[in-house]
Design a binder for this molecule. Structure first.
Ligand code: IVH
Length: 678
């Protein structure tokens, strides 16, 4: 490990200086995170600082002071709420990000307990706010936040308003209720609740919260419990604290006891009989993460036998019997080097933040869209600022919030009044969010249109990448979208970095497209405003040809199932434009591009179908198209609308689990082929 080597190589004097610096930084970030609910660092950046300090203090124990941030868990409680001392310290968890480090934790537990087999309990690591609740004789007596681990804020009255918290314990199944029970858990806000809650806040003109965790923390730490009561807070319990008058012998039994007493525990919690099972569980949860209703940032593994907890003890503020194995972080902080403008195929001017490149969850992010002028102003982002960027699942990376504004001269960004690509006038129509270039022959618009029509989801033309398109437009070989169908190998071969062979290949690919383009792909590829793949498919299925769609008219489109008036009007307006009508005509008459589309009225008519795993007889894309031809609608993920899940080889457990919980019918490849009539 890099930091270990670093600590070993350092002289004591250097270590002392570094320790002082780290403590100062950690204190500051603790304050921002715990007291202000307004952190500047991502969890992993913070953990890295903390880890380095723990390692240095381990190496030079005489440099440890009682006020080191490693000696306590969080920061000062908010002075405005009353305080409450925890009977036993609320510990924190050491975090690891790699399997090797997790295995190292397991090896150590095995070595120190002397047990042959390591029995662990796995739970999700919730991204919320930890609390301690005290029940005396079965009644809720007190609630507090973690605070600095020794003393927290007294939030008893606020906790009482959380519906998921029992005010009296259940005395079911003849379990005996401990006289004095101290339980701990995580208060959180679910993702859907957070969306609704934040939307309402915005409507009222209140500042939205950056994420569910901040919303939960802000909601619980209110001086007025009446406010907390209005907030959709939830809880999962994760521990019976040692201060309780009695405790079962294992952590698993603690979870079971809490469940029986009516204290909400997580149904995903599992016993793992070996490090291998634990690692498999981690991978499964990582895959299911996006489908969960609440934010989870990793897995917590705890040694099951409570007697072993004594043996293993604690190190700094972390128990040696538990570990958090975190998922690759989805957020990172970085700085905005510049704000640039890109011009899209509809002429939209999009402000793009150019970032100091940063790795988020394994991918490097250097550019993020800021969408439009309103969004720039909402975020109040400018060149030189420090921003938090999120990249979650398949979601495109975006700026969550500005964490530090540039000091000194700082100018709020404004989109230019002229198009940076052609110098044409750029205007913003009243009531619209988008600023557009008004020049219909703007080269940037043309380039984007060609890139779009050639893209994988549209006509999928090999060899028409970004650079090539720039070249074709710059050399004047393409001045209108359909000019790609007139390209000739001779002219192409003269281009720089092209060569005869590639030129011929490109012409062949385009020829193939002329013949094989399907109607849904062509409609999508033409780039009509508001027409994505699903709408393009629906339009193709209803009208069967581009000509029929061209003549459909506003009323007919508005009457279509599943298409709202806004889309219908946008499609109609596009076909009313003489330039577009001429384009459609040329495609058919001049270039021979005239696909038709007939659904067979197949067994999948109107059904939404999701495919997981690999199929033997066709590629994923072929399967999607087969679904479309049979009248069905292919979808990427299982949702409430899914009718059928097709399960191929090595399916993702994610989709299968979601299908199971939603009672979605599943079929294998053979049954799927039958449905297709293949
Ligand atoms: S157990 C000594 N279990 O993570 C064990 N903590 O970084 C204490 N957390 O303070 C923690 N989910 O706020 C535990 N399933 C879980 C958890 C969990 C989230 C939080 C908790 C704790 C922090 C430690």
């Amino acid at each position: 490990m890099r930091t270990r080597g670093g600590a070993a190589a350092m002289t004591k004097q250097k270590a002392k200086q570094r320790i002082r610096k780290l403590r100062k930084q950690i204190h500051r970030h603790d304050y921002l995170y715990y007291v202000r609910n307004d952190p500047e660092l991502s969890d992993s950046e913070y953990d890295t600082l903390k880890q380095e300090l723990i390692e240095l203090e381990d190496r030079y124990p005489d440099l440890v002071t009682p006020d080191s941030p490693t000696r306590r868990v969080g920061a000062e409680p908010n002075a405005e709420l009353g305080t409450r001392r925890h009977e036993t310290r609320m510990l924190s968890l050491a975090a690891v990000y790699e399997e090797a480090a997790f295995r190292h934790f397991c090896d150590r537990c095995i070595e120190k307990t002397g047990k042959q087999r390591l029995s662990l309990v796995a739970e999700p690591k919730y991204d919320g706010l930890s609390v301690e609740l005290v029940y005396d004789n079965g009644r809720l007596a007190a609630g507090s936040t973690r605070g600095d681990g020794t003393t927290g804020e007294d939030v008893t009255d606020n906790i009482r308003t959380v519906r998921e918290v029992m005010l009296r314990l259940r005395r079911a199944n003849s379990v005996s209720v401990p006289r004095h029970l101290v339980v701990r858990g995580e208060v959180y806000m679910s993702k859907p609740d957070f969306e609704v809650f934040n939307r309402r806040r915005k409507k009222r003109g209140d500042k939205p919260f950056a994420n569910p965790r901040n919303a939960a923390a802000g909601s619980l730490r209110q001086l007025d419990p009446g406010v907390t009561a209005q907030r959709p807070l939830r809880i999962f319990f994760w521990e019976i604290a040692p201060a309780s008058s009695s405790r079962p012998d294992s952590h698993w039994q603690c979870l079971e006891l809490m469940r029986k007493l009516g204290l909400k525990t997580n149904p995903l919690a599992q016993r793992c009989a070996s490090p291998d099972t634990a690692a498999a569980w981690y991978r499964e949860l990582a895959e299911r993460r996006e489908t969960l209703d609440y934010e989870v940032d990793g897995c917590v593994f705890k040694v099951n036998d409570l007697a072993d907890h004594e043996t293993l003890g604690t190190r700094a503020a972390n128990p040696r019997w538990a570990i958090a194995w975190k998922f690759a972080p989805r957020r990172a902080t970085t700085t905005v080097r510049d704000i640039e403008v890109s011009v899209g195929r509809t002429g939209a001017l999009t402000p793009v933040a150019v970032l100091e490149p940063v790795n988020i969850g394994g991918a490097e992010v250097s550019h993020v869209s800021l969408h439009n002028q309103d969004e720039v102003e909402r975020l109040d982002v400018a060149k030189g600022d420090t921003v938090e960027v999120e990249r979650a699942g398949d979601v495109i990376p975006h700026v969550v919030t500005v964490t530090r504004r540039k000091r000194g001269k700082r100018r709020t960004y404004h989109l230019p009044a002229t198009c940076p690509a052609c110098g044409g006038k750029a205007t913003r129509i009243a009531g619209e969010a988008v600023t557009r270039c008004t020049n219909p022959s703007c080269p940037a618009r043309l380039k984007e249109s060609i890139r779009h029509v050639a893209s994988k989801a549209a006509l999928d033309i090999d060899g028409l990448g970004e650079k090539r398109v720039d070249q074709l437009v710059a050399e004047g070989l393409v001045t209108r979208l359909d000019d790609i169908f007139t390209l000739e190998a001779d002219a192409l071969a003269d281009l720089e970095r092209m060569g005869r062979r590639s030129a011929e290949q490109l012409v062949a690919a385009i020829d193939e497209t002329r013949r094989a383009a399907t109607l849904p792909r062509l409609i999508y590829g033409l780039g009509l405003p508001r027409v994505g793949r699903a709408v393009a498919r629906d339009l193709a299925a209803v009208f069967g040809s581009l000509d029929a769609l061209k003549e459909a008219g506003r009323e007919r489109l508005r009457g279509m199932d599943g298409i709202g008036d806004v889309i219908a009007d946008a499609v109609a307006a596009w076909f009313e434009n003489p330039k577009n009508r001429a384009l459609v005509k040329r495609l058919k008459e001049k270039h021979g591009v005239n696909p038709t589309f007939r659904t067979r009225g197949g067994r999948l008519q109107g059904k939404t179908v999701v495919i997981t795993g690999t199929l033997d007889s066709m590629t994923r894309e072929e399967a999607r198209e087969a679904v479309e031809r049979a009248g069905g609608r292919p979808a990427g993920r299982v949702s409430g609308e899914t009718d059928l899940l097709v399960v191929g080889a090595n399916p993702g457990s994610n989709k299968s689990a979601a299908a199971e919980s939603r009672n979605v019918k599943t079929v294998d490849e053979a049954a799927f082929r039958k449905l297709l009539g293949a």
